[in-house]
Design a protein around this ligand. Sequence first.
Ligand code: AMP
Length: 281
Amino acid sequence: MLVFSSSKSIKDYISTLRKENSIGFVPTMGALHLGHLSLIVQAKTENDVVVVSIFVNPTQFDKKEDLNKYPRTIEEDLKLLQSVNCDVVFIPSIDEMYEDKITSEHFDFGGIEFEMEGKFRKGHFDGVGTIVKKLFEIVMPQNAYFGEKDFQQLQIVKKLVEITKLPIKIIGCKIFREKDGLAMSSRNIRLSEEQRKAAPFIYQTLLDTQQKFGIINANEIKQWVEEQFVNNEFLKLEYFEIACEDSLKPANECQEKKNYRAFIAVFVNDIRLIDNIRLGN
Ligand code: AMP
C-alpha cells in the first residue's frame, strides 16, 4: 500500500497506472469504519487499483467547533486500509489542497443544494463540490464510490460530474449499519454509552416511516415523527423530510411514480447524526 501526501506525486504515480489499469476512488474524511470499508471492498471488486483519500475538508463544515472535534485516527485508518488491500492512500495537508486560500468555489447544482442539509448547513455543498472536484482532478478515476448514507451528497456529486464534464462514473453504495440499526458514522465514536443506547431510535423511526408511507400522507408522517422526538431526553430532531430521490424536493411537491426517501438529521448533544431510508417498493 502506497501512501502519498503530495498531489503532484500521486498524480504522476496514477498516470503511470492508468494506461493498463482501471482506477476506483473512495474519498473519505477518515476515522474509518466498516461503512467506509464496504465502499472500498466494492471498489476492489470493480477496479484494478483502488485509491482512498483521507482529508477532513474545512470548507464543508459550517461550524468551526464541529471541524475541530471531528475524529482523527490516522494510525488505525492505515491498518484498516491495509486489511482490505487498499492500493493507494492520499492524505494531503490543508495547504496541499487549498494553498493559502481556504475558500469554496460556488456551484449551481440546479436547486438540490438548497434542500435539507443545504438549508441547515450553509455553504456545505459548495465545500463538498470544491474538494471533490479538486480530488477528482488529481486522481482522475474511472469510478468513484459514495455512500447512500449521505444521499444528498451522492446526488450533488453526480451533478458535479455533469457540470464539470469529468469522465467519472459515480457509484452509490448502500448504507452500512450497526447490528441495532444505527447507521455507521465516524461521529458515532463520540457518543457516550447512554447516547449510543438512545441512537438506534433514529433508524427505528425511519422503519416506522416506511410502514406508514402510502397509508397516511407525507405531512401526517412528518408530524408524527416530530411528536416522537418531543420528549426524547437524548435526541433532538433537526429535520425530518420525505422527498423525491431526484429533485430532493418535499414529497408534496412531487409527482406520482417517483422514488421517495425519508431523510432525518438529529442532534445528540453537539453530535449531529443523519440517516435516510428508501420508501415504497
Ligand atoms: P465520510 O468519511 O463521512 O466523508 O464518508 C466517506 C464516504 O463513506 C462517503 O461517501 C459516505 O457516504 C460513505 N459512508 C459513510 N458512512 C457510511 C455508511 N454507514 N454506509 C455506507 N457508506 C458510508
